[in-house]
Design a protein around this ligand. Structure first.
Ligand SMILES: [Zn+2]
Length: 336
């Protein structure tokens, strides 16, 4: 007899154990709601459950057999995916009604069929009611998966017909550990603190695909350059010319730079300052010792001035040189 082991989903131990026991006991659910943040494994878990049911290996899902491979590679014709159409805010009722057209047909690759609704909480009540009829009288050998970020947006009548699993959110520390264990390169700390509990987002950010992480990396570097006495104003400006491509990006980065400076100043004034930018005080103590509170406060003031003139600054190079020259004035005048 086969034994189910869900192993491709990170964390979520209680949920995995429960699902394994249910499938091992042949006590299957025909409708499941998987709820959780973007990037926290809803699709992964759905595929794991589907392949666990389909796989005939001793330990399932094996990931190697035809059924497992097709399911993992999104090539299984018996899994019908209902998507949120691009540019639309809601899953159209027609997409749900279309299920009725195919639900009675026999499966091809597997012994069963699956309907997987990707953004279940984007179904308006009408669409949900159309789905409800199917859940009330489920056709044989058909499984429904409803993925959503907030299961409370689903009608109570839908929820009561499904098994509901709320996937784990990860703390910044848990994400940090995961990234450090699994990825060698990148700014693990920034990615884990910016990902807001989402594992998928943290990985995306670490790989540098995310604009937010890029801005953060640039602003980290600006802090280093600004607070280094051996760096010239010219170098500071040249770095910005090279790395910042639009005014909008520049202002986003200057906002980050301002919160970093504010943290450094706050750390200098108090041991228990609440930090906005930095995760911990590791780098802060070093930075805080480099310049006086007066100079740091003046730099903050200079950044505030630049940011408050966001509307009148229309040219990127001029804004960069203007802001940099203000900061350099503070850097030297403050220390006299
Ligand atoms: Zn298999």
């Amino acid at each position: 007899m086969k034994k189910v082991k869900i192993d491709r989903l990170y964390g979520n131990e209680t949920i995995k154990k429960y699902i394994e026991d249910r499938i091992n006991g042949g006590n299957l659910f025909h409708a499941v709601i998987l709820s959780g943040k973007e990037g926290n494994g809803k699709s992964t878990l759905a595929k794991q459950i589907i392949s666990a049911i389909a796989c005939r290996s001793q330990i399932a899902p094996c990931g190697q057999c035809d059924a497992c491979k097709k399911i993992l590679n999104d090539e299984c014709v018996d899994i019908h995916i209902i998507k949120l159409p691009e540019g639309r805010s809601f899953v159209p009722i027609d997409s749900v009604r279309a299920i009725y057209d195919t639900v009675a047909y026999k499966p091809n690759d597997l012994d069963f069929k699956v309907y997987l609704i990707q953004k279940g909480d984007k179904m308006l009540p009408q669409a949900q009611n159309a789905l409800l009829k199917l859940l009330e009288e489920p056709p044989e050998n058909v499984y429904f998966f409803i993925l959503c970020e907030d299961e409370k947006k689903l009608l109570p009548t839908i929820r009561s017909r499904c098994e509901v699993f709320r996937l784990q959110e990860f703390s910044a520390e848990e994400l940090l550990k995961y990234l450090q264990d699994n990825y060698e390169y990148g700014d693990h700390k920034a990615a884990s603190s910016l990902a807001q509990g989402s594992l998928g987002l943290a990985v995306k950010m670490l790989s540098g695909d995310d604009p937010a992480i890029k801005r953060r990396q640039i602003s980290d570097r600006l802090v280093e350059l600004l607070l280094d006495r051996s760096v010239s104003e010219f170098e500071f400006i040249a770095f910005q010319y090279e790395n910042i491509k639009s005014l909008q990006e520049l202002f986003e980065i200057y906002k980050l730079l301002l919160s970093a400076l504010r943290d450094i100043l706050a750390a200098k004034e108090s041991d228990s300052a609440e930090l906005l930018y930095y995760e911990n005080t590791e780098k802060l103590d070093d930075y805080a010792n480099r310049y006086s509170s007066f100079t740091l406060a003046s730099m903050c003031k200079a950044m505030l001035d630049v940011l408050s003139n966001e509307a009148v600054n229309t040219r990127l190079p001029l804004t960069i040189t203007g802001a940099s020259s203000k900061l350099w004035d503070m850097k030297f005048n403050g220390e006299k």
